[in-house]
Design a protein around this ligand. Structure first.
Ligand code: ZN
Length: 200
């Protein structure tokens, strides 16, 4: 279950004086308080939705929302509201999400660059991902590399989702068949998508 919704937090209060109160009819001071509303998920503010202010008469304690304020009070309220900045903390969730996405893109790009190097210069213990059947994936582990050949031991397990391959990439699973192919064929296997990825 995801907890989400909107919340308001107090941003700023200011006292304005010399304004007549509609309730006690005194020419008096009012405290104008501005609240910032924001959308949250799991208590983390994602983005601000807007600001809202209320006033409180310092003589009779009557409170007004903007729509109930006198023209003079409205003017004072709008001034205070304009000068109250929305804190960046109300964006913190968006910043986090943006940061994670940016990091994900960076990491994916970096991995692609690395894989090009891994394929051209394979090393012992490289793990090669491939489609082992119509609906499953498995891995091979490089056991030896010579001038012109490469040797593997196959993983005895397979898994239905490529993103879960890490779950079967365990030392104890590398106990199936052993293969050797030429380095040229190894590179070709990536070009024709027989081999999908390499992790090092
Ligand atoms: Zn009053």
């Amino acid at each position: 279950m995801i907890f989400y919704g909107t919340k308001g937090s107090h941003l700023h209060s200011e006292r304005v004086s010399g304004i007549k109160c509609n309730h006690c009819e005194q020419q008096t001071s009012h405290t104008i308080s501005i609240f910032g509303k924001y959308f949250y998920i799991y208590w983390i503010p994602i983005f601000p939705i807007g600001k809202k202010g209320i006033s409180e008469c310092n003589h009779c304690k009557a409170t007004y929302e903007r729509k109930e304020m006198s023209e003079q009070l409205k003017l004072a309220h709008d001034n205070v509201k304009r000068q109250t900045k929305t804190p960046f903390t109300h964006w913190v969730g968006s910043l986090l999400i943006g940061g994670l996405i940016a990091f994900g893109i960076y990491a994916a790009n970096q991995h692609e660059k690395d894989v090009v190097n891994y394929i051209s210069a394979p090393q012992v213990d490289d793990v090669v991902e491939y489609k082992s059947s119509e609906s499953a994936y498995s891995t091979l582990k490089v056991t030896k590399v010579t001038n012109d050949s490469i040797f593997f031991v196959a993983n005895s397990m397979e898994i239905s989702r490529k993103s879960r391959i890490y779950k079967i990439d365990k030392d104890k699973n590398y106990n199936a068949e052993r293969y050797g192919i030429s380095l040229a064929d190894y590179k070709k296997a990536f070009d024709d998508n027989t081999f999908l990825d390499v992790d090092r």
